[in-house]
Design a protein around this ligand. Structure first.
Ligand code: NDP
Length: 285
């Protein structure tokens, strides 16, 4: 029977830990506090930021969503970011992506000081991943969440052939580095990869971060129920239904385990953000 790798049991287990760590910090006079910068009112971004706030508050942290106007200029955006991130009563800060077109060429990752960069996008934090992670590092949330999910379900990357599809700075590339550090043999695929089907069929684990509705189907996998599939994609199909990169129903009978969308990697990303916030607060002690 194929195992569904749901985030819910991981979250409920981790929530207890987050609560107790937050209590310990509060006992030392620190309430983990996060600022979320939301530019404009892109509906998915509004939902994501609200969910992140609710989750942060659920374990005892503080989270403020700072709304900036959709039409804000580059200079004003930079200025606002500087003012917000200079405050020393915060432990974490991130900018909800995507940004409106006039801001898209700004390298947001380097505008948030590395010690409060709970998204893990600052070059100093990425460099730590390149070198091999330390316990104290702030790691990009989605790859970190995938590692947490794998650990919970006893999926050991060591010695495995892992195909990561997608080479973005926020998912694919850090994911490949983190898995390499965990002794996996990683093949990083993208839109120019030839014979993607063959790469996928050879893999022990496939992680897809492409952003195309039900792009990966049963043609891409062996039909021997031995492969683990992790779906990062968040897409909306032509009926308005939320779905991943993987054709879940088509793949289900053929694989060992698979993450659902929703209820999989997306929820893990929010958990990682919370873990990074607590880490950032502890790092400040
Ligand atoms: P990007 O658009 O930055 O990257 C997409 C990647 O997919 C690119 O590297 C691209 O290749 C590759 N790609 C596109 N078409 C193909 C193809 N036909 N075959 C193989 N590779 C292809 O996306 P993100 O990494 O930001 O996000 C990917 C998906 O993950 C999206 O659905 C996004 O919504 C979701 N996401 C989910 C998160 C979560 O918490 N669950 C968090 C972040 C993202 P190339 O580089 O050659 O263009």
């Amino acid at each position: 029977l194929t195992q569904i790798l749901k985030a819910a049991p991981v979250i409920s287990q981790s929530l207890e830990q987050l609560k107790s760590e937050c209590e310990k910090l509060k006992a030392q006079g620190i309430t983990p506090s996060m600022k979320v910068i939301l530019v404009g009112s892109n509906p998915p971004s509004v939902v994501y930021t609200r969910n992140k706030k609710i989750f942060t508050e659920s374990f005892g942290g503080e989270c403020e969503i700072i709304h900036l106007p959709e039409t804000i200029s580059k200079a004003d955006f930079r200025q606002q970011l500087k003012l917000i991130t200079q405050r020393d009563d915060i432990h974490g800060c991130f900018v909800q992506l995507p940004l409106p077109s006039q801001l898209q060429h700004i390298d947001v990752g380097s505008l948030i000081p590395p010690e409060i960069d709970v998204d893990g996008f600052h070059p100093n934090n990425l460099m730590k991943i390149l070198k091999g992670t330390s316990q104290k590092a702030l790691i990009p949330c989605t790859p970190k969440g995938i590692l947490t999910l794998m650990e919970h379900y006893d999926i050991d990357p060591s010695g495995k052939n892992i195909v990561v599809i997608g080479r973005s700075m926020i998912v694919g590339k850090p994911m490949a580095l983190l898995l390499t550090e965990k002794n996996a043999t990683v093949t990083l695929c993208h839109s120019r990869t030839l014979n993607l089907e063959e790469h996928c069929q050879r893999a022990d684990i496939i992680i897809s971060a492409v952003g195309k509705t039900r792009f990966l189907n049963s043609k891409y996998v062996r039909h021997d129920q031995s492969q683990v599939l992790i779906d990062v994609g968040i897409n909306v199909d032509d009926k308005g239904k939320l779905c991943g990169d993987m054709d879940f129903e088509d793949l289900l009978p053929h694989v060992k385990s698979i993450t659902p969308v929703p209820g999989g990697v997306g929820k893990m990303t929010i958990l990682s953000l919370a873990q990074n916030l607590l880490q950032a607060a502890r790092n400040k002690l």
